[in-house]
Design a binder for this molecule. Structure first.
Ligand code: PMP
Length: 429
């Protein structure tokens, strides 16, 4: 494949943009090679500046659950645009999407729209602190909650990929209120709460982690956190930026039957536009300004174009629950195909999978937390990534990301993915 135009663009970009990209993992540092500059995407395909076509398994890091350039979402955006792109005043669509979110997501009785997942988590923590009158919160190693200062401590995703899970620029004062626990270790969390009795405002977690690769909660883990929070008056926050509207209409909380006090949403909720949201129990959300004293605002929050895209996307998912069984079937087909190939090649790498999220980890250990994720051979992952790319399959350019499937993937695409996977694995052994 020829990547010359992407190579030239990257060289130029580095003069004007830090690292040549507007979000770190896009730079392909962890996998080597040159990042691809994309011109368009349609259904399951993405096209780069040199005209190469890829079947892609990230879907813009999650949002494009119905595939790229979905006709109804596109039409909704065009129609909204014809009426003006921003008013800074309330619109009927904001009411409609808020009502729909409260119907879809079990924990959400009231919801505030923001512009990114980062804003959603920053705001949710502030509200939990305002509500409880406590300062500290617990997060899990390898979970990523966006780039707010207090979350950039043992952060997953790009932060681990770049080797800086604790970012310079976060003050000691800020860091001391973030308490860390290993994912899936309920006992550790119980001790941590005991050691900080009456000081913990919130426990925030990815109910299924996607930012150290795909890591599932152990049976009883979410339930145990729920019980602990009830007992100690701690606000349980599920960060469902990845899992929301992906694992089911109501996200991981619905799939696992554990309902948090608050949750954060992003990605799918914007249909590809920059949108996030946070919501939860009425009595907590009533602390948000102007109803309550906790301040949070946004010039472009609830933007009419973004709301048109998001509302159209959510309606598609709400109107047709069979989308989730079909995503599950695609996930099962890909994952069992990869498992078959691993077996026939005598390889015992770890696969984690749920619904339309999965990761192939280049380690022989089960991956249940940050520590076990760190046992992966990331150099080998880089080789696998490059081999897949040469065969026209675009994966997330890091071992520590989940892949996200879309409904645009049909049998022919699954067949191509599995053929490429087997050939790529063969090259590695
Ligand atoms: N929370 C989770 C679980 C995420 O996966 C992400 C982004 N990958 C964020 C928060 C931050 O969202 P954004 O990139 O939109 O700020």
């Amino acid at each position: 494949m020829n990547y010359q135009k992407s190579i030239d663009l990257f060289e130029k970009a580095k003069n004007f943009i830090p690292g040549g990209v507007n979000s770190p993992v896009r730079a392909f540092r962890a996998v080597g090679g040159n990042p691809l500059f994309i011109t368009r995407a349609d259904g399951p395909y993405m096209y780069d500046e040199d005209g190469n076509e890829y079947i892609e398994l990230i879907n813009s890091w999650g949002p494009m659950i119905l595939g790229h350039n979905h006709p109804e979402v596109r039409e909704a955006v065009i129609k909204a645009m014809e009426k003006g792109s921003s008013f800074g005043a309330p619109t009927a669509k904001e009411v409609e999407i808020a009502e729909l979110i409260t119907e879809m997501v079990p924990s959400v009785e009231k919801v505030r729209m923001v512009n990114s997942g980062t804003e959603a988590t920053m705001s949710a923590i502030r509200v939990a602190r305002g509500y409880t009158g406590r300062d500290k919160f617990i997060k899990f190693e390898g979970n990523y909650h966006g780039h707010g200062d207090s979350f950039l401590i043992a952060a997953g995703s790009g932060a681990i990929t770049m080797g800086n899970p604790d970012s310079p620029g976060v003050t000691k004062g800020t860091a001391q209120d973030t308490l860390l626990a290993p994912y899936n270790d309920l006992e550790f969390v119980e001790h941590l709460v005991e050691a900080n009795q009456g000081e913990v405002a919130a426990i925030i977690l990815e109910p299924v982690a996607g930012n150290m690769g795909c890591v599932l909660p152990k049976p009883g883990f979410l339930e145990g956190l729920r019980k602990l929070c009830d007992k100690e008056g701690i606000v349980l926050i599920f960060d469902e930026v990845m899992t929301g509207f992906r694992l089911s209409q109501g996200g991981a909380q619905q799939a696992f039957g554990v309902i948090p006090d608050m949750c954060t949403l992003g990605k799918i909720i914007g249909g590809g536009m920059p949108v996030g949201a946070y919501g939860g129990k009425k009595e907590i959300m009533e602390y948000v300004s102007p109803e309550g004293p906790v301040y949070q605002a946004g010039t472009l929050s609830g933007n009419p174009i973004a709301m048109a895209a998001g509302l159209t996307m959510l309606k598609q998912l709400w109107d047709d629950n069979s989308i989730y069984s079909s995503l599950e079937a695609t996930g099962n087909a890909i994952v069992s195909g990869i498992r078959d190939s691993l077996k026939s090649l005598g390889l015992s790498y770890t696969m984690n999978h749920i619904g339309s999220m999965y990761s192939l980890f280049f380690t022989h250990e089960p991956v249940v937390d940050f520590k076990s994720a760190q046992t992966c051979d990331t150099a080998l992952f880089g080789k696998y990534f490059q081999a897949m790319l040469r065969k026209g399959i675009y994966l997330a350019p890091s071992q520590f990301e989940s892949l996200f499937l879309s409904t645009a993937l049909k049998q022919e695409h699954v067949d191509r993915i599995l053929e490429a996977n087997e050939a790529a694995l063969r090259e590695l052994v």
